[in-house]
Every structure is written in C-alpha cells, then in structure tokens.
Design a protein around this ligand. Structure first.
Ligand SMILES: Nc1ncnc2c1ncn2[C@@H]1O[C@H](COP(=O)(O)OP(=O)(O)O)[C@@H](O)[C@H]1O
Ligand SMILES: [Mg+2]
Length: 341
C-alpha cells in the first residue's frame, strides 16, 4: 500500500484520538484537485501534547479542521474514544464535537465582534440548550487568566490579542473538552504575550487533564510545548519524533532543513543537528543532485513517490518511484524516508 503507513500508531486501547488515512481534498479551478492532506495517520494519548509542524500550506489547518468535521474529511477515519466521528451527523456530531475544541490563529476575528465577553464564553453550552449561570462563566474566565470584573461587558475589539486568545480558551473550557486543537494560537501575538499564552495552555492542560494538538509553522514554539512532534510536508507525514530527540536526532532531510533555519540557542540542548550540511552536500554531489530549490511544489500536482524529493539533497530514483513508508528509528521515533537514519 502506498502511503506513509501506520507503524507509529500506539496500541488502540491507550489512545484518546485515532486518525487513520485522513484525506482532505478541495476542488480547484479547471477540474483540478487540491491535495491538502493525503492519507495521514496519527494518534493522541490522554494528557499528551502532539505538535504538528510544517511550512505554511502543508495541510496542518485542513487536518485540524477535518478532525472537527469542519468540513468532514474527503475520506479516512477519525475516532474519539470509541466514536467514529465521520459516521455521526446532526445532534450526535455536535455532542461529539464539543469534546474537541479548537483555538484559532487570529484571536480577534475568530470571536463574534458584536458579542460581549460574558456571552461569548457562555455561547457553547447555551447552543446546546444548557442554562449557564454567571459564576460558571466567571470561573472559566479566571481559569483563563482574565479578571471577570474587567472584561465582563467588553467586546473583542476592546481587548488585546492576548486577551482575546484567553477568551477563546475560556470559551473552549466551558464545554469540558478532552482535546484542545490549537491552530497557530500564538502566531499573531507579540513575543512576550506568546510565552504567557503558551504557559496558560500548559497549565490548562494539566489542570483539566486535556490532550493538546498544537499546530504551528514555528519549530521553536512547537518543541517546548509538545511531547511528540509530527512533521508534515505537502499533505504527508515525514517524521514522528519525541520532542526531546528533535534537535539532535531528527532524521528526515526536511526536518533537518527546518532545524537549520532556527538559531541554535532556540533548540533544546543548544546544538545544531550533527553532521547535517556537509553530509547532505557531499551525498548530493556524489549523486549528481543539487541543493534544493526554494519554491514549494504545488498541492495541485504533488510530486510522485516521496513528495519532498524535488527539494531533497538525498533524493535518488527510488524516491520518485516509491513512496517511503514509515519506519522505526528508535523508541517513539519514526521516519518516512528511503535514505534517512
Ligand atoms: N477551503 C479551501 N479551498 C481550497 N483550497 C484550500 C482550502 N483550504 C485550504 N486549501 C489549500 O490546501 C492546502 C493546505 O492548506 P492549509 O491546511 O491551510 O495549510 P497550513 O495550515 O499548513 O498552512 C493549501 O494549498 C491551501 O491553499
Ligand atoms: Mg494553517
């Protein structure tokens, strides 16, 4: 079977979320298809933070939204505990969806501008027909680090970006989710505020025993908050790596490329990956290939075989012919590459 495989999945009984062979496609002009996500599988354990890392356009948000069935994926399976979300509709889907909540990149525009904070926070349970008393709203605001007396009657434009993101978190917590999907939750915030929101997410996770899916294009942000990191490229998974192994032991040429573009002091352990540049250049020279071109191939017409091959310093003929399957490198560390490791 072509695909990045499922070797990296953990025993089913341990997982809170199981995603198998997820495909997300969009129709495009001229009868073409955008292959946003092309058959990825991953899982999340209770209390775990899974980081999803990759350049803009690689399908991270499409994958995140497909988990929520917003919209449902083109194909594949999304199982939350024992519920197959791609099978449920209507009220049952709304109930299941409440168990996963999503936080978006742009905190101001993801909130209805006409509503006051007290109503924004209560909205989820109210839509589900629950009566919500003020103390419950206040508790949720406090849990998100906001003073209810200050923000109660404010509207989103009267708050800072960081405060709006806290409101989004308070809103999500009202539904007592099992999983919080954070899609670039700090990318639009100032650096000083980023750290505060990351700390809040970490505290929230511990306090409510949540699992997090943390999506970002910024490696420095993902590595600190995640237990396990999944690296995506053009709708596929390249590598799944325990966060602690990322800086020193990343194996996929794409992951190494991402690491090279991060200043050393931002990496855990403070050292650049071993042997990278020189080895890649030498191997490239041996095989008559060149350093990768900068532009990204299109998801309208992804390369055959390994989708990274057109930018890869290690690429050979097999990479064009055969899609690499996930293989194990170490405990919890997997790579989909014919040559890495
Ligand atoms: N609703 C949509 N309609 C058409 N194409 C889309 C839609 N949403 C995303 N895409 C395309 O799918 C690909 C993946 O996008 P996205 O999931 O937003 O990536 P990321 O979040 O990693 O930046 C991109 O090529 C993007 O242009
Ligand atoms: Mg995105």
């Amino acid at each position: 079977m072509a695909g990045t495989g499922t070797l990296h999945l953990r025993p089913e009984s341990n997982r809170v979320l199981s995603v198998e062979d997820l495909v997300v496609e969009f129709p495009a002009k001229g009868g073409q298809t955008v292959h946003a996500v092309s058959g990825i599988s991953f899982d999340v354990l209770p209390g775990e933070t899974l980081g999803i890392l990759g350049e803009s356009g690689c399908g991270k948000s499409s994958a995140g939204r497909a988990l929520m069935q917003l919209p449902p994926p083109t194909s594949g399976s999304v199982r939350l505990d024992d519920d197959e979300l791609t099978d449920v509709r209507g009220r049952a889907l709304r109930r299941a969806r409440a168990r996963m909540q999503m936080i978006f990149q742009d905190p101001v525009s993801s909130l209805n501008p006409r509503r006051k904070v007290k109503d924004l926070v209560a909205e989820g349970p109210r839509i589900r027909g629950q009566k919500v008393d003020d103390e419950r709203i206040r508790a949720s605001l406090r849990a998100a680090g906001l003073d209810p007396d200050v923000v109660w009657d404010r509207r989103p434009h009267e708050l800072s970006g960081g405060q709006c993101q806290r409101v989004s978190i308070a809103r999500a917590l009202m539904l007592e989710p099992q999983i919080l999907i954070c899609d670039e939750p700090v990318s639009s915030l100032d650096v000083s505020v980023q750290a505060q929101i990351l700390n809040l997410l970490e505290d929230t996770k511990q306090r409510y025993r949540l699992s997090l899916i943390f999506i970002a294009h910024d490696l420095a942000v993902v590595k600190n908050i995640s237990d396990r990191i999944m690296i995506m490229y053009l709708g596929k998974i390249c590598e799944v790596v325990p966060a602690g192994r990322l800086a020193r032991h990343a194996a996929h040429p794409y992951t190494r490329l991402l690491l090279e573009s991060v200043p050393e002091e931002h990496l855990p352990g403070g050292e650049a990956p071993v042997g990278d540049e020189e080895r890649a250049a030498n191997e490239g020279a041996d095989r008559g290939t060149h350093r990768p071109p900068a532009e990204l191939p299109s998801p309208l017409n992804p390369p055959s075989g390994c989708r990274f091959r057109t930018r890869c310093p290690l690429a050979t003929d097999v990479c064009a012919d055969t899609e690499p399957e996930m293989r194990a490198l170490a405990d919890g560390h997997f790579v989909a590459c014919h040559h890495a490791g």
